[in-house]
Design a protein around this ligand. Structure first.
Ligand code: CA
Length: 226
């Protein structure tokens, strides 16, 4: 698997390159935004690790231009520790996940694996998170064998969360996917929160483990407990 690193701090870039190589990745490094964008658009990488603060073009500009060019390459953004706005902005622009500096290398590897995981959609009829199963063909949801009745909207929201299991989704991303017509009007709609709460009530009933987690100031993620 081939990874592009776009990072201007040479020392960090070097550590990343070495660590990724030791884990079997092929790595290329760009030290500024314009070169990073050019390489990213080449289509020869499986994923990119993209810093926000970069000379030439910043990480947001690189990401925006990359998505505009039609590339769906998974992008993991590196943000400042306290930069909640940065995280939200990155995710809204089409980043697949983010990591705050300083980070643990093991976490980077885990997130890289998550964003490069191929969608299972084509092959599987069933999405699963822990003991929760969503059957796409039969339109059924079960948790620990118990069947859960969902409305069409709740089902759509849950399907979107489960397809992106382990990845944090902002409210704007969820609005775009699940309520595309309302999303155009923007504004202070709390539809997402309301429906997340509906889902939680139905999914977590009789279970000790909450599957949908809130990432404060950013959005929501569904993942296996523990
Ligand atoms: Ca930087």
């Amino acid at each position: 698997m081939k990874i592009l690193i776009v990072e201007d701090e040479a020392k960090l870039a070097q550590v990343l390159q070495q660590g990724l190589k030791e884990n079997g990745y092929v790595v290329e490094w760009a030290a500024d935004g314009p070169l990073g964008l050019e390489l990213a658009k080449s289509g020869s990488f499986d994923a990119a690790i993209l810093d926000v603060m970069l000379p030439g073009l910043d990480g947001f500009e690189v990401l925006k231009a990359l998505r505009k060019s039609g590339s769906a390459m998974p992008v993991l953004m590196l943000t400042a520790r306290s930069g909640i706005d940065d995280r939200v902005r990155g995710l809204d622009l089409g980043a697949d996940d983010y990591l705050s500096k300083p980070f643990d290398f093991k976490e980077l590897l885990a997130r890289l694996r998550a964003v490069t995981r191929r969608p299972q959609v084509e092959l599987l009829n069933t999405l699963a998170v822990g003991d929760l199963e969503l059957d796409l063909h039969r339109h059924e949801v079960r948790r620990g064998g118990r069947t859960i009745d969902l409305t069409a909207r709740e089902f759509g929201l849950l399907e979107y969360l489960m397809r992106r299991k382990g990845i944090v989704l902002t409210r704007a991303m969820i609005m775009d996917q699940v309520w595309p017509s309302e999303a155009d009007y923007g504004g202070g709609s709390n539809l997402v929160e309301v429906y997340i709460n509906f889902l939680r009530k139905k999914l977590d009933q009789g279970s000790d483990h909450k599957l949908i987690q809130t990432v404060r100031g950013v959005g929501y993620v569904i993942q296996e407990p523990g």
